[in-house]
Design a protein around this ligand. Sequence first.
Ligand code: NAD
Ligand code: UGA
Length: 468
Amino acid sequence: MKRSNERINTKKFKKHILCIGAGYVGGATMAVIAARCPQYLVIVVDINQEKVKRWQSDNLPIYEPGLLDVVKSARGKNLFYSAAIEENIRKADIIFVSVNTPTKLFGEGAGKTADLQYWEKTARDILRVSESDKIIVEKSTLPVRTASAMERILNSNDKGIHFEVVSNPEFLAEGSAINDLENPDRVLIGAQQTEEGQNACREIVEIYENWVPRERIITSNIWSSELSKLVANAFLAQRISSINSISALCEKTEADIGEVAHAVGKDSRIGEKFLNASVGFGGSCFKKDILNLVYICESYGLSEVAEYWERVVSINEYQESRFVQTINKALFNTIANKRIALFGFAFKANTGDTRESPAIYITKKLLEERACVVITDPKAIENARLELEGLDGNLEFQADPYQAAVNAHAIAVVTEWEAYKTLDYQSIFQHMEKPPFIFDGRNILDHRKLFEIGFNVYPLGKHPLSHL
Ligand code: NAD
Ligand code: UGA
């Protein structure tokens, strides 16, 4: 099927939307917008041509449950993928910018603030080739007050073109992106309080109104919108670090983290969501966004506030290293030459994404201790290989979890894949070195049953079940 946009009849569409950046956010968001708004033409562009080709095929560049069906429902009708960035900028009325904004690794703010080079390059591309007024939508997560910097760059033109920058941060979580986009808790749109700003805001509201109830579409000033995105992630991550810190205390006191989380979460003011203790939070956003917030606080001289949020990240690092220490200690204080099977490498279930996955740190630490690490994951093996490229040590990748466990001394569950709950652990037990260990970094397995099979079981934040 021809999916280039060369011969699209643009006249039959109400507006021409362009999205720059065909990643997790741009790819999923635009698919849902196109599917829900057939009256808009939606073009998605990326500098990575390989990625563009994959969006044009059924072998999408990301794994996200339900995404392919949504893409297929609109692709070729009002949804197109292209590598022709400049041509599409020229034709667009509304441009969503959803390029990556990783943590800056050099110079001022290194290790904390956002690296805005991709974002700024996009702004300059837009400025260079545009021939008409446009609304620019910040979809990427950006430090507060980035929009004003962008407006200054964009409106410094002498072509008489006006660019209105609007903030519309994305709150989807990977693994549930389609549901999050189709039934969002809220959509947030921040705009300048000027007439042009409010007109642009209305245009973006109009898109979402096609499927999101109006009361869930929040409008605010542009700075509140930018800051709310960082704060939402910081609050979510803070819950995980809070419960993870208590998992360490449970292990010392024989309290049970599951029981504690259940009892605490029953208070509706606290709530049950996001209270699952884990090996630590991963993903491309929590750490980078908290550090970004820390940097902003520091730059405004708010060192106490900065330190407070920085601790959320340190507790996460503590939790990852605690997991490795538990493995080492249980295996008689030496894991050199012992085979350890990591069940899961993705940063969470239902995604192949491995960015900032706790599995990366865990693997590196195990290799430093000279363990033989075998990695298995239903969707993330390809990314795991890239993530660990060039590492010295005894490392193996194995798609089949049963094979990964053969002759292993221990299994460490790192990702909460549903499939790991229903494996035949009796058969796994038979093929492992004795005494066999299971470290459940997600507390998803039936610990009592595993113990009865003969495993030494180390859940997180619970008393271990050991035969030794
Ligand atoms: P990603 O790395 O998956 O995708 C970004 C894409 O932008 C890449 O494909 C890259 O090739 C492309 N790109 C970079 N510079 C470009 C340029 N100048 N022109 C054209 N394409 C360019 O990133 P992502 O996970 O989709 O995140 C994008 C933004 O959304 C980030 O700011 C992130 O913090 C935010 N966000 C991410 C999530 C998530 O779950 N991943 C959720 C909410 C918000
Ligand atoms: C998170 C937010 O949930 C989204 O709202 C936000 O849009 C996104 O970041 C972003 O800005 O990128 P995501 O990182 O995709 O989404 O995934 P989450 O479901 O939030 O999980 C993050 C990490 O926390 C995972 O490693 C997960 O396993 C861990 N987690 C989550 C726990 O350890 N315990 C929990 O109870 C919940």
